[in-house]
Design a protein around this ligand. Sequence first.
Ligand code: PEP
Ligand code: MN
Length: 338
Amino acid sequence: MIVVMKHGATEAMIQKMVERVESLGLKAHVIVGTERTVIAAVGDDRDQGKESLETCEEVEQVVPILAPYKIASRETKPEPSIVRVRDLAMGGGNIGIIAGPCSVESEEQILLSAQQVKAAGATALRGGAFKPRTSPYAFQGLKELGLQYLAAARDATGLAIVTEVMTPQHVEMVAKYADVLQIGARNMQNYHLLQAVGEIRKPVLLKRGPSATMEEFLLAAEYILDQGNQEVILCERGVRTFETHTRFTLPLASVPYLHERTHLPVIIDPSHGTGIASLVPSMSAAAVAAGADGLIIEVHPDPKKALSDGKQSLTPEAFAATMATCRRVADALGYVLS
Ligand code: PEP
Ligand code: MN
């Protein structure tokens, strides 16, 4: 249920209502909107207590939330959520660009990548220190040393750092260095990991599992939100189909579809979505045209020498050209690509 508070409801009134909701055995999530404050009362409610809540003077109305993903739903919060960290802003007409190599390979490589993507206009640096690789014999990442190199690249450039966390035991360590924690596609339904990142207070970039439905994707986001972390960014990175000409099949319709159902920012990963560098510029521009709140793009100083995902990584020059095109599309549509 959503408890919609009256205009001008005070802190004390909101707190009293939270206690009332909790006394019904439900969890209360306070969502402060631009228009008014609502309290999402979630749990196994079966509308119990709806009437008793409705009779409270400070309550405007109590409405059921029809979607199974209660906090993520637009029904709970009609206006878009904006995630901001350092110069990165995503949502509500702001487009954030996260760029960098698939993996952190050395201090020099990540620093050079940071300088190159920043020069082209990116607002955040990506780079995996813990890598989920299909083969156990492939490069697994530099682990904590990689996180330290990322932090050094942030100190040098000011870019926000986006990096993957693969296990609940590492959440605290990764959060010490990262500005945004990425949950990889393979871990979208690792519920303990989702709960662990729900407990921290840093934005989480949640990638769609390659065979997850939209409902499963939104319910995965709900696991994070339900722990109290309201800063979740959804990332469409392509799904597995019968098709083999691209690494995955990238459904850009996910952007407007998700925007209809959730207030969370939605971004596109055209690198994993196609697996082919030459396709990335067009899909980036198309994603911006589709209303994406951001892009996460793999860029490597020398893609041929990359330790992972070189085939889908842009050169710094190709990335700069892609940024320029995306900026023109964003300008034409009235979005802010910062
Ligand atoms: C990555 O971002 O490098 C990555 C492994 O992505 P995904 O989880 O989408 O495969
Ligand atoms: Mn990659």
